[in-house]
Design a protein around this ligand. Structure first.
Ligand SMILES: NC(=O)c1ccc[n+]([C@@H]2O[C@H](COP(=O)([O-])OP(=O)(O)OC[C@H]3O[C@@H](n4cnc5c(N)ncnc54)[C@H](O)[C@@H]3O)[C@@H](O)[C@H]2O)c1
Length: 706
């Protein structure tokens, strides 16, 4: 037996077993590669090895390449060499896989001669979602096993394939029930007993019937549908279809060439930026290093409405028991029924079993008494958006909560300082802004007040992990990061409908840009009344513009509240979310525009996108300049994780650097000339950076080095 720090090799009878343990998810890091070579050297010195087994310890078989190596020199060749070395071994090599086998992890298994999996193993090629392509043989070896069409199905859909399907398709030989290592050893011994030798994927050929021109065309159409504006899916199609004609060595070289090209495209840089940005958000420079998070073993939620119910589900899914209280029995019953319905639909969709539903429901304990919150480690308030009501709730929480309990509020618009200050423990109060549906949306804005203690911040940033949220820390300001930036974006989307653009024109342009859903469709989905009520309640905060959000008001006044009334910016058939153009909506918008004296205007797609995205980016820069957000990439995360901004564009501030700050500034000034300065004032920092010829990335770097 020989032991490296992450790769061990040992002998079981005639089987050499390579065991990898590179926590947390066994990425194929350079250390793993180096030690694997050393282990293979060692194995070569051994006598009587008749088969080899590759297996991983911990959570999963190799989960993929080490993405942190992406910023360094290309690694395709080292991967290729190592995989070729495995494939060329003269004894049969068996991969025994559990967990989530992705990208490079799947590719190494294709270089092995036999593949085994446990029933729960899942396999995927997620590369195109990161703007890249499988670059360690996947595009050449997989088609040799399952054909071009199925390979492209995996690569383009980037969704996990389960073990049963993998066997049906033919890239896994058998499913091992029970202990994987024992089963795999038995399998290897059987291969030896039957005199089976290596079975090299690269020596097989691709079935031409799986890659006919008609199939390739269909795959291109799928790429166009799934990935507007992107090139990686087409590059992947090129690479995979090359397997039909190129011999393996040439095919692998061609794959390397294409993989390296894909790594320098704006889309891969944007997606990789978004990936790393999400890992950065928990780093909070001003927290004392010795700040230790408090344990959260029991939670409380006040208000069993839309948000409270979703938040309670997050805790139950994390295995944390949660008491949920409401002001009325009726509210509580409705809330619990909503929670039950959410879980029921998860059971129906096969996401959880009926037993898991029952276990999770049992963790959610309904009550009408504040007293039942006294043992909770964290309590989150989600009652109606009303300052007096929230202050009242916090006074009650102050009276019952145990010392050291974290008191969170899910307010979207209220000043959390004013909530914290009614308690005798403002250091424990913090904003926890979940997004709807709270059990689905990954973003959690965490808002610290002037008095929030470091330990409170640390505890909730850590709590985000089991709750499966991406936390972004912000300071108090109206709208925090996300909604504050939304203000200009949504304002312009609505305003253009008053200038004569149809809702569909606006939404189509935004969706073509890459937004998950056009703004006006979002209004219809969320409820046109929600925004209107916020505006009515906060009129004093908003600029003195008589046209301000008037498209929403016009629809609201006509009782068109969106999907829930089957009419809003669009018309809907009952029970169906398909948007239909509605001349009645256009007439209402036109009449309001005439009342307000708004000049009609012709909008190109470019103008629609610029008018929405420029104010969004400009406000993001202002948020950065004011120190509301810690770093530009946090702002990017808010919009990619919470508002459907395209990840392949990195996020609004990354995108501002991509188009160039001067382009943004010139654009702001161009629209200022047409619409006046009220909404088109460039951020001070934007003007300064353009004058200095610097990017936001430069600014961040210089701040860090100070
Ligand atoms: N809905 C969203 O999309 C969304 C998103 C982010 C944040 N928020 C914020 O979350 C909060 C809740 O919003 P919602 O949409 O879940 O509202 P909701 O109307 O669905 O639910 C509010 C619940 O609070 C209960 N309640 C009222 N007074 C109470 C009291 N004194 N004690 C206990 N329970 C009480 C009500 O009975 C109701 O069940 C608001 O502050 C809102 O601004 C909402």
């Amino acid at each position: 037996m020989s032991t490296g720090s992450v790769v061990k090799i040992s002998k079981h009878g005639n089987v050499a077993v390579l065991t990898v343990n590179n926590p947390p998810v066994n990425t194929l890091s350079s250390k793993v590669r180096e030690e694997t070579h050393a282990a293979l050297d060692e194995m070569a010195r051994w006598q009587d090895v008749k088969a080899a087994l590759l297996i991983c310890e911990g959570r999963t078989f190799f989960s993929g390449a080490d993405i942190s190596e992406f910023s360094g020199p290309p690694q395709e060749v080292p991967y290729r060499e190592m995989f070729a070395r495995i494939e060329q071994l003269t004894v049969p090599v068996v991969a025994a896989m559990h967990g989530t086998v992705m990208g490079g992890g799947l590719e190494i298994s294709l270089a092995c001669h036999y593949r085994l999996a446990v029933p729960s193993t899942r396999f995927s090629f997620p590369e195109v979602t990161l703007g890249i392509i499988p670059g360690a043989g996947g595009t050449q070896r997989m088609p040799r096993l399952i054909g071009v069409e199925k390979t492209l199905d995996m690569v383009l859909n980037a969704k996990p394939v389960d073990a049963k399907t993998a066997v049906e398709w033919g890239f896994v030989d058998a499913i091992i029930e029970g202990d994987l290592k024992e089963g795999a050893l038995r399998y290897a011994e059987k291969l030896i007993a039957e005199g089976k030798g290596p079975r090299r994927t690269s020596e097989r050929s691709v079935d031409p019937a799986t890659g006919t021109p008609a199939i390739i065309e269909r795959m291109k159409a799928l790429a166009a549908k799934l990935y507007p504006n992107r090139v990686a899916p087409y590059t992947a199609i090129k690479a995979v279809s090359a397997s039909l004609t190129l011999p393996i060595a040439k095919g692998l070289e061609y794959e390397t060439e294409l993989a390296n090209e894909s790594k320098v495209t704006p889309e891969s840089k944007g997606a990789i930026h978004a990936f790393f940005a999400e890992r950065e958000t928990r780093k909070i420079p001003d927290l004392p290093a010795d700040t230790e998070a408090r344990a959260v073993k029991l939670a409380g939620v006040v208000g069993a409405g839309t948000m409270g119910g979703g938040i309670a589900i997050c805790f139950a899914n994390a295995g944390i028991p949660v008491n949920i209280i409401d002001a009325s029995d009726e509210g509580l019953k409705r809330g619990m029924a909503g929670i039950d319905k959410t879980y029921e639909s998860m059971v129906k969709r096969g996401r959880i079993t009926a037993e898991e539903k029952a276990q999770r429901m049992a963790l959610i304990m309904p009550s009408l008494k504040y007293d039942d919150l006294k043992a909770a480690d964290v309590i989150i308030e989600a009652v109606f958006e009303d300052m007096k009501l929230k202050q009242d709730v916090f006074r009650k929480l102050d009276a019952v909560a145990k010392p050291g309990a974290i008191l969170g509020t899910n307010t979207s618009t209220l000043d959390i300082n004013d909530i914290a200050n009614v308690t005798k423990r403002p250091a424990d109060v913090i904003g926890l802004h979940f997004f709807s549906p709270a059990n689905v949306m990954p973003l959690l804005e965490v808002i610290r007040t002037d008095t929030t203690a470091p330990v409170t911040v640390k505890t909730v940033m850590e709590l985000a992990k089991p709750l499966r949220k991406t936390p972004v820390l912000a300071k108090v300001c109206y709208g925090f990061i996300g909604n504050r930036m939304m203000e200009g974006y949504a304002r312009e989307a609505g305003r253009m409908t008053l200038e004569g653009a149809t809702p569909r024109e606006v939404d189509t342009a935004l969706e073509k840009f890459g937004m998950a859903m056009g703004m006006l469709a979002v209004f219809d989905m969320a409820g046109v009344d929600i925004g209107v009520k916020v505006h009515q309640a906060n009129a004093a905060q908003y600029p003195p513009d008589p046209t301000y959000y008037q498209s929403d008001f016009a629809l609201y006044d006509a009782g068109r509240l969106g999907q829930k009334t089957s009419k809003g910016y669009y018309r809907y058939e009952p029970g169906d979310r398909t948007r239909h153009d509605d001349p009645e909506a256009l007439a209402i918008l036109k009449a309001r525009a005439q009342q307000l004296g708004i000049e009609p205007r012709k909008h190109t797609e470019q103008e629609i996108v610029e008018r929405c995205i420029y104010p969004l980016m400009n406000e993001g820069i202002r948020i950065l300049e004011e120190g509301i957000a810690i770093r530009a990439s946090d702002i990017d995360v808010v919009w990619t994780a919470g508002y459907g901004f395209p990840r392949y564009r990195g996020g609004p501030l990354y995108y501002a650097d991509t188009i160039g700050l001067k382009t943004l500034l010139d654009g702001m000034l161009k629209y200022q000339k047409v619409f006046g300065p009220m909404h088109w004032q460039p951020a001070k920092l934007l003007v300064e950076l353009v004058a200095q010829g610097k990017s936001l990335a430069d600014w961040e770097r210089s701040r860090r080095s100070r």
